[in-house]
Design a protein around this ligand. Sequence first.
Ligand SMILES: Nc1ncnc2c1ncn2[C@@H]1O[C@H](COP(=O)(O)OP(=O)(O)OP(=O)(O)O)[C@@H](O)[C@H]1O
Ligand SMILES: [Mg+2]
Length: 250
Amino acid sequence: MTDTLNEPMVRIEGLRKSFGSHEVLRNIDLTVMPGQVVTIIGASGSGKSTLLRCINLLETPDAGHVWFHGKDLAAEHVDVNRLRESIGMVFQGFNLFNNMNVLDNCTLAPVTLKKMNKQEAERTALAHLESVGMGEFAHAHVSTLSGGQKQRVAIARALCMNPDLMLFDEPTSALDPEIVGEVLEVMRALAREGMTMVVVTHEMAFAKSVSDEVVFMDEGIIAEKGSPQKIFTAPEHARTREFLARYLDD
Ligand SMILES: Nc1ncnc2c1ncn2[C@@H]1O[C@H](COP(=O)(O)OP(=O)(O)OP(=O)(O)O)[C@@H](O)[C@H]1O
Ligand SMILES: [Mg+2]
């Protein structure tokens, strides 16, 4: 890509989204710079997933703009498939194909969408599987894996498309507490390598240690954003303090 480091990878302005009469996103502005890790925290229903889904056009905004690499995603000529090739997404549910082995899950999109040859796709996939500690499971059937292993494969699979941006929507929420750490460790490593990431999470310790910026959403608006230092130790708004107090109690 041709970005310089001073140009945002994602710029969101005046974003609004309603479902029926329920305005779920109310005038969101957000900028994500290349290499930044932005985490989004907030109560259930505050609009975190909807915001994430507007970035890769899984949801169509009602108003406002989302630019990716300077390109307005509301423009008619935007190629949604190309866009999604550049943006990896990892969900709470693992979204792997259960009837395939790990390697085939990872090579499917590069071969079918990017027309990569099979050998090259497999080489790439094995390298990414190694990087998430799943190399030795390349030929295992997805159905035999633990939740944490599936989620690490889901991350490797997304990386196989060589994305510029990774979106994570509560990637550890469905996992048993004892295996949350292995997935967060993979995400930490990815952040250290300079991957640009937007992460919706309830893992406050992770958000505190990895984020360049933390965004607190409350009923469809960004109530507060700032450095982890500011948000976790000196939040300005009462709503942020209440939310964090509830979380830190749990
Ligand atoms: N496709 C949809 N149709 C109707 N309402 C929706 C749809 N998607 C989301 N909503 C509603 O929009 C609101 C925000 O949802 P969203 O999933 O963005 O919240 P969230 O912050 O991600 O919550 P959670 O922490 O529970 O995942 C919720 O009230 C939800 O019920
Ligand atoms: Mg959500």
